[in-house]
Write a protein that binds this ligand. Structure first.
Ligand code: ACO
Length: 351
């Protein structure tokens, strides 16, 4: 029988009562037991971009908060970065690749149309016992993948799951379009998930709205517009975006997603120790934090260093926040992301 969640008392007792109550569906709980990230060495600064398009360091910094981004080597594919992040996450978790039951890669820049990037990761890791697939939920991909992994773990189907967000956005960026090329970067983050006795994922919420799919998309190379000279000449293999429309939606929906996932537990934004948002634009993140009543010390930011890395952003931010001790044992952490689709989601984790 479900235990009642009490939401009275101070922050500490409120969160404690939620932990005791357990997740809504089962007594088994999934948690993150290891984290890793990988960032390519090459740094592309705003000054470099000033020489490529009609822009300025001042415009990019004030409008986006981005100072630089990482760019993968030509020879480096999304799976290569994913493997580097995964090896680090496996080491951190203290398990072997052969222990993995499932590998999920969230990406919009797969190595190839098929097979899945997750299968390439499996091959490189020798994770011979894992089931592998990719998911496409753009910037919300890592949050979606965590929620999917959680379902397999709480039902008892799988015990060790590797969840990866990896992107080579430089490969789909139009480097002559100042509206988009200043925003994106490359990188990978990974986590190992498993059943846990204490802490773990307390609640989650994901959502989608295909009606606004025209705000952010990559039209070329799929069955709608198969690759041809024409699609290449018209730059259909690059990101198309209506930034200012997305901006407004991102703020509203990210606040909504965080609120919804906390409400399920009888908690509010005041209970958050560390908020890890998808790093799209500093102004989006400050607006979200303001609406949620969060102070800067509860907000993790790394956008200045890396820009927007789609599904990898939240993964890398979480990894860095833990490794740099911005997240400590016992903290209440909320991951929150929004992206193309539209897709969005939030996960509440007791660390
Ligand atoms: N350098 C200089 N000027 C620029 C640049 C640039 N790099 N890019 C655009 N401009 C110009 C525009 O041409 C426009 O000029 P105009 O007024 O003469 O027409 C002017 O700046 C203002 O353009 P806006 O698009 O209105 O600028 P805005 O303040 O909205 O900022 C931005 C644009 C940064 C793209 C912002 O809307 C944004 O970050 N949106 C979210 C997009 C995003 O992150 N998408 C990824 C996934 S979805 C998500 O993660 C939330």
């Amino acid at each position: 029988m479900k235990k009642k969640v009490r939401n009275k008392g101070n922050k500490k007792t409120r969160v404690k009562s939620v932990i005791k109550a357990g997740p809504a569906t089962t007594r088994r709980r999934a948690g993150i037991i290891g984290l890793g990230s990988y960032l390519p060495k090459k740094i592309l600064t705003n000054r470099h971009l000033e020489k490529m398009v009609d822009t300025s360091d001042e415009w990019i910094t004030t409008r986006t908060g981005i100072k630089q981004r990482r760019i993968a080597l030509k020879s480096q594919a999304t799976s290569d970065m994913a493997v580097r992040a995964s090896k680090s996450a496996l080491r951190d978790a203290g398990i072997k690749a052969a222990d993995l039951d499932l590998i999920i890669v969230a990406t919009i820049t797969p190595d190839m149309q098929f097979p899945s990037t997750a299968c390439f990761v499996q091959k490189a890791l020798n994770a011979e016992n894992a089931v592998c697939f990719d998911i496409g939920a753009a910037c919300a991909g890592f949050v979606y993948a965590i929620v999917i992994a959680e379902q397999f773990i709480i039902t008892g189907k799988y015990k060790k799951v590797l969840v990866i967000g990896s992107e080579k956005l430089s490969s789909v960026t139009d480097w002559t379009d100042r509206n988009t090329c200043v925003l994106f970067g490359d990188g990978a983050g990974a986590c190992v998930m498993a059943p846990v006795r204490s802490g773990g994922i307390l609640s989650s919420y994901i959502g989608s709205n295909g009606k606004n799919s025209d705000l952010l998309f990559l039209p070329g190379g799929g069955s709608r517009n198969p690759a041809s000279h024409k699609t290449v000449d018209s730059k259909l293999h690059c990101i198309k975006m209506q930034g200012n429309e997305l901006f407004k939606m991102a703020v509203r929906i990210m606040v909504y997603a965080a609120d919804k996932s906390l409400k399920k537990l009888g908690l509010t934004c005041k209970d958050i120790d560390m908020f890890i948002p998808h790093q799209a634009n500093i102004r989006i993140l400050f607006a979200v934090a303001k609406k949620m009543g969060l102070s800067r010390k509860n907000l993790y930011l790394n956008i200045a260093k890396y820009g927007n890395m789609s599904s990898a952003s939240t993964a890398i931010a979480l990894c860095e926040a833990v490794k740099s001790k911005h997240i400590k044992k016992g903290d209440l952490v909320v991951l929150d992301a929004f992206g193309a689709g539209l897709t969005w989601g939030a996960v509440v984790i007791k660390w």
